[in-house]
Design a protein around this ligand. Sequence first.
Ligand code: LFR
Length: 490
Amino acid sequence: MRWTKPPKAGGRLHYKPCALKKQAAPGALPAGDGFASKALTGAGILCIICSSESQFRPRALRGGWVGKMQKYALAIDIGASSGRHIIGWLENGEIRVREVYRFPNGVAERDGHLTWDIDALERHVRAGIDEALRCEPAIGSLSIDTWGVDYVLMAGGSPIRPCYAYRDSRTGAVIDRVHEKIPFAELYRRTGIQFQPFNTIYQLYADKLAGRLAEADSFLMMPEYLMYRLCGAPSHEYTNATTGGMVSAETGAYDPEIIRALGLPERLFRPLQQPGTVIGSYRGMQVVLCATHDTGSAVEGIPMEGNELYISSGTWSLLGVKTPRPLTDEASRAANYSNEGGVGYNRYQKNLMGMWLVNRLRAELCPEKPWDEITAEAEEKHFDHLVDVNDEIFLAPESMRAAFDARLPHPPKCPAGYFRCAYRSLAEGYRQAIGEIERNTGRTYTRLYIVGGGAKNGFLNRLTAEATGKQVVALPIEATALGNLKAQLC
Ligand code: LFR
C-alpha cells in the first residue's frame, strides 16, 4: 500500500472541472503542471493528488497582475467549526484556487440552548470579502455554502433571534408529535430524507409550538441568510432545502401535504431556485447560488471518473453515490439513507458521525497534541473494541469520553485507545454503509473517493481501504469550495 503525504493546509490545488462533465476516460485523473498524481494500480491503493503552495502560486496572484479576460470568483465555504474564503479562476479549463481568509466557527450556548452567532458569521463573511478584494480586485461573483438544516426565521427583513444550532436538543420533545401527524414511514416515502433529530422539519415544528412562527414571514437557510445580508435578495435554494425533510422527492418542491399536516404557515415555503441562479449583487460582484448545502457542493467538486462511492469527510462523514432518481423504498428507509438534492442528480447518502468524534475526544483528552502524534499513537495501540458510530449518544454528549465508556465493554486505558477505537469504528461504519448502498442500488462499486479534511488522515484512509476492500482515492482538496466555484465559473 503506497501513501503520499498530503500538502499542508493552504496549498494551492487545481483540478479540471470539465472532466466531471465529460466523464473522463478511466485512468485520466486530473493532472497538470507540477501536479503530483499517482495512478490507481489495484484494490486498496491510495491515491493522492496534490501540489504544494510554492508549486501553485499563480502569476496573477503573485505579482498582483490581473488577466483582463480572466474571471475570478469567490467561494465562501462555512462549516460547523470553521469557514474559509477561496478565490478561484479558470486556467486552461482547470479551476485554480487560493485561500485568502479563514475563521473559526462554533456553537454558542445561550439560555441553555446551542445557537449560532449569526452576527459574528456575517462579520467574518464581510472581512473575508475585504481581504479577497484586496488580493484580487477583479472578482466577478461570489457564493456561500454552509452545513444544512439550520435556518434563520425572518420578520420584515430582520432575523428573529436566537438562531438555533442543529445539535441543540430542543427538537427531542417534538419528534413524536410530528410523527403523530405524519408517520415517519410516510415522510420518508414522500421526501426520501433520513431521520435525523435535527432536520429542519422538527426544528420548525419546535418553533411553531414555541410560538416563534406567528410573526415570521419567511425562513432563510444559513447561506441564504448570509447572502441576503450582502445583497438584500432572499433566496431559497434547492439542494439545501432538501436537507430539511419537507421537499418532495417526486417534484423537487416543498410538499404541500407535509406543510398542511403539520399546520406550518404556508407563506414560509417559497418556490425553490437551482444552483447557478444569480440573485443579486454586492460591491460590483454578482451574488450567485451554488449548491448551498456544503455536501452538495463537495460532491460537485469531486473529480470523479464514472459513478463511484464518495465520502465527504469533515465534522460528518457523508457517504453515498449519485443516482438518477431518489430511492425511497423500504430497504432505504430501514437503512436510514437520505436522498438529497444534487446538481442534476440525486445524492443517495448517509450521515455518519465523522471527525466530530475525534475532534471532541481531542478537545477533552489532549487539546495540545498534534494530530500526527495522535494518529501515530492510535496506530500503535491494541484496543480493538468498536462502537456504533451512528449511535445518537455521540451526537452532542457532554463528555465524548464518557459516551465511549458507556458503549464499550471496558474503557481504554489511555487516550490513544479512544482514538484507535473511533477511527476503527468509523472504518467499520463505512464498510457497513457501503454494503447497504450496494444492496439497495443493485450495483457494485470499485472506488471510494474521499474528500474534505478527513481525507488527509493516512491512518483512517488505510483502515478504510482495509475494511471496505475498495480502491480509496483520497483527495485532500477543498472539494466543497471547488463545487461552489464550479457553479460560478463553469
Ligand atoms: C455537513 C452537513 C451534512 C448535514 C449536517 C448538518 O456539513 O451539511 O450534510 O447533514 O452538516 O447540517
